[in-house]
Design a protein around this ligand. Structure first.
Ligand code: SF4
Length: 446
């Protein structure tokens, strides 16, 4: 658990010798609490104090890395229970289970669909993360399917089998891909731990409840395995969420190291809508990885969108570069729409301008990522700031006319903006959805 500045100060020598570069031990302690300096800067720390400070600097939830290269996936390293306290760091991994009982044709078809699950929203790429191969047939068939999947996707792999022979053969093929082995239980613990150690692979530890999982992680740690993902088995959604929440709470608030690992949930729903609904619940609280079967975009798009919203930084609105954006084949008669540089606002306006098929310019004013009304209320979207932006961003060079379209919600600034900018101000629709018909009905020579 992270120590406060005063807790750290109690562990320091308190000689104020300044060798760390700070005037007093207290100042150094405060900097250490903010993680602005390293403990190595103080040469006079006792062995015990150093050990205590190093332990407190460890993340309460271990970072576990799976996969390699661009498809590398990381889970863990979370530091807060609630997003507004800071932010959530590692977006929940979304993975797909492929059973080896499917035909090769169906498996390839699924992998093609999985590889195509790439979306773009408000300027960010949204992608899925893992493919899990589940053994239902023989070790030989499992190995064949693992190879087939590994050859056709670069996503991180999960090897799901209770058959140590099958797992070993699959690891021989995929060890260089940093796969995740599913799973250690109290029944197979020594053998599977040996396998994970031999292949330097991460391992899922599965117990029926938190006590069982905690016991497993202690045993696995004693066997030298520390790359762990935790699971509490198949149970009703409410109980599962309780487990996930308690694991997180105990790791973060009670410094329970045996539960300080990312978690994984395998969803067992035949209906794709129920599957998506259940996955959404675990993405919100607090799964590190969810494994599902459905691979259709209608199921996955809501999940990656939800994940994007949860894992954005609440203190830093998503922003785009303040700029004059030409949309389509613009010319010097094209309409000019003014909006803010909040990503969601900009991309909503962009989508509607594109839908109108009227080539237009969009001026995104630097409002520090605030939406139209918020920026106006915070005096970031004032006639003065808009005028500054249109001058700086070269609107006068891009078009011959002198007309600007502003959002309907800030109609109140139209007079003042007209005086300050020298442009005629046209008040556009309040909602972006009204833009296509608004632009279509605008006189051509705006
Ligand atoms: S080097 Fe250590 S003992 Fe000296 S002032 Fe800094 S924190 Fe204190």
């Amino acid at each position: 658990m992270a120590l406060s500045g005063l807790d750290i100060y109690r562990l320091l020598p308190k000689t104020n010798c300044r060798e760390c570069g700070f005037a007093t031990c207290l100042v150094f302690a405060m900097q250490l609490a903010k993680k602005a300096v390293s403990i190595d800067k103080c040469p006079s720390l006792s062995k015990e104090s150093r050990a205590a400070l190093e332990a407190s600097a460890q993340p309460p939830i271990k970072l576990v890395t799976l996969g390699i290269g661009e498809a590398k996936f990381e889970a863990g390293n979370e530091s807060v229970m609630f997003r507004h306290e800071e932010k959530f760091h590692r977006p929940c991994g979304i993975g797909f289970i492929i059973e080896d009982s499917l035909s090769n044709v169906l498996i390839k078809d699924k992998i093609i669909k999985i590889n195509k699950l790439k979306f773009e929203r408000i300027g960010q790429k949204l992608e899925v993360n893992l493919v899990a191969i589940k053994q239902k047939e023989s070790a030989k068939r499992f190995t064949e399917v693992v190879k087939l999947v590994a050859d056709n996707t670069s996503l991180a792999l999960v090897l799901m089998s209770d058959d140590l022979t099958g797992l070993k053969q699959a690891l021989d093929i995929t060890a260089n891909r940093k796969p995740l082995i599913y799973h250690a239980t109290k029944e197979n613990l020594p053998q599977i731990a040996e396998l994970a150690k031999d292949y330097n692979a991460a391992l899922v530890a599965t117990g029926e409840d938190l006590d069982a999982v905690s016991g497993l992680t202690v045993e696995l740690n004693n066997l030298g395995i520390s790359e762990l993902i935790l699971e509490t088995g198949d149970k009703p959604i409410a109980e599962k969420i309780w487990d996930l929440t308690q694991m997180r709470r105990l790791a973060l608030k009670k410094n329970n190291r045996s539960l300080g690992y990312p978690s994984l949930v395998v969803i067992n729903q035949a209906d794709p809508f129920e599957e998506a609904q259940e996955a959404a619940s675990y993405i919100a609280k607090y799964a590190g990885i969810v494994l599902i079967k459905g691979v259709e975009p209608f199921e996955i798009l809501p999940l990656v969108t939800l994940r994007q919203n949860i894992y954005s930084d609440p203190q830093k609105p998503l922003q785009i570069e303040p700029k004059l954006y030409p949309i389509g084949q613009v010319n010097d008669k094209s309409p000019v729409l003014v909006t803010t540089n909040f990503s969601l606002t900009y991309y909503t306006v962009l989508g509607e301008v594109e839908a109108s098929k009227i080539p237009s310019y969009i001026v995104s004013v630097d409002t520090e990522g605030m939406s139209v009304l918020t920026a106006w209320a915070a005096e970031k979207f004032t006639p003065h700031k808009i005028t500054e932006s249109i001058n700086k961003l070269g609107v006068k060079d891009a078009v011959k006319h002198k007309r600007l379209i502003i959002p309907g919600y800030v109609a109140v600034i139209s007079g003042e903006l007209e005086d300050e900018s020298g442009f005629e101000i046209i008040v556009g629709p309040k909602e972006a959805a009204g833009i296509p018909s608004f632009l279509k009905n605008l006189p051509i020579n705006t």
